[in-house]
Design a protein around this ligand. Sequence first.
Ligand SMILES: *Cc1c(COP(=O)(O)O)cnc(C)c1O
Length: 634
Amino acid sequence: MEPEKQEKLYCVKMRASRDGEHVSGAERIVPAAAVPTVAAQLAARALGHSKGTPDFINVKVERPGEIVRLKALPVATHVTHTPAEGYACAAELLRGVGFTRIDEIMALFRETYNMRGAMLLDADTLERLEPDRARGVRATCMDDADSLAKGTAAGKNHYAEAIVLATKVQHTPGIVGEICVSDDPDYVTGYVATREIGYRRITVIKEKGDPSGGRIFLYRGPREQVPETIRFLERQAVIVEDVPPLEDGKSGMRWDLLADELSSIEASGLGRRCRTLDAPTGPTAVVDGKRLVVFSSNDYLDLARDPRVTAAAADAARRWGAGSGGARLTTGTQPPHVTLEAHLARFKGTEAALTYATGYMANVGIISALVGKGDAVFSDELNHASIIDGCRLSGATTVVYRHNDMADLDRKLGGARAYRRRLVVSDAVFSMDGDILDLPRFLETCRRHDAFSMIDEAHATGVLGATGRGLCEHFGCGHPDVLMGTLSKALGSEGGYVCGSRLLIDWLRNRSRAFIFSTAPGASAMAAADAALSVLEAEPERVGRVRENAAFLVAELARLGIKASTQSAIVPILVGDERRAMSLSDRLLGDGFLIPAIRYPTVARGASRLRVAVMSAHTQDDLSRVATALAGCR
Ligand SMILES: *Cc1c(COP(=O)(O)O)cnc(C)c1O
């Protein structure tokens, strides 16, 4: 600590409250010239606080006495995913540096929420030492050397401010530790700090939206020294140097903001992780020695592991190579690509077909080739994300119509005659609800308005129609202009495709950037899909079986009092709350059933569901047992 006389620095402090309750506070040490700007910035910050609009804002400007410069505490981050994990982490850190009675200390956070400052607590006797319990003690009059050097208040940086405060507090005579839980309902982080272990950031320590929080300063020493401790905290001007970046090698606010938001995502039950399934896709899998019935696969007809399909893939890889080596328009077109496209066109009854690397890319590539600036695209509100992204990328005006509501579509098309080209796009089977598009009325509406019609058959091919040809076969009606689908679901391979007129395919080959500027899928994926189509044509009974299985499951669920319905192989069971959906999914996993929880942003917030995907290879026993397990969840 080196005392220093500073002539031209001022301490600017802001406190905001509502109905006498603390809302927010901050401070800076700045040169005289920056005082007006910084005072205004801090006032603006008080007005924008998520804890509510204050009715009292106090901005105070003071000349500090001598200024002490301190080196920032070293920083480490503990990534936690739940409040319970965060709590356990804090407790372990405190125990590690010799504190006891940790549960009792943590329980005191119930009392810190409405305190304006921190609780000053004897670490051993748990006696509260702050003279005014509603006010607490406040660590003020401090800043980091970096923002001082910049001369104005930098943006709101919770992270740097917290380290500055923690550094000052841990250099205060008599203070031996601090525990902080953010009192901002938008933040779920907290930290534990001591001189010994430095500043330990804990990414999740409370529930998102929880307004409780606060600080506890832990004190050890004679009672006579308490006034000096409080004086130092409240009046001693401190500048903290070398506030370290947020994580080694991942420094800066840009990462701070990501890390904080990711923590919030985790805390609200929306975190996403990949589960490794150490088995070929199929109706069952063995994970950690435990047999699971899999209800999460889109391999509806159990073709991904069919020996005829895998042999075709292996043979093609041996013959044509693992990768295609280039885009389709350069070196990436090999005989299996051509053969498959002809087969797809035959299967769907169209003049021509074109493949893409994935279904996602097909949607993005088709939509953005057919419409652009000055055009309009009409999209069902429940369409798949790849359609939504295609609409966005196209630059066309996107008009979202009500789910499967052809009257609404008709109205919206009628009001959009000024656009050069119009495209209407819909899922054939809605992937999170399992219901199907009213295709005859869809086609009639599109034709009447001279709009392109496009359907996405990702979950329809192999599932709908007597022989699995999709929605047109199901309704026995004509084709839309654009029939898009994926090779990665019922066809058990990977890649996307589009079937339609020769003119459409020629257009896409010339204008679809996702087709032109991406390497062609490898020959083995093409050959596998081709073989799968042949199996499907030879064994159409698989299609009937998958639908019978879905109907059987719905009937079993109804018998057990669970409302569910489907027109496809997808049986959604609505849950609502995100965390509840996750916990049900975990519980079902414990019972031996792999059923994913589908949450925001895949579906709307509060519309979480368990999505059961039925395969032709599930047995009635599998289906009865999963229905019973689902019924047991309520
Ligand atoms: C899965 C899916 C896609 C994307 O297909 P991929 O081949 O997996 O990229 C597109 N649309 C719908 C409706 C889907 O369900």
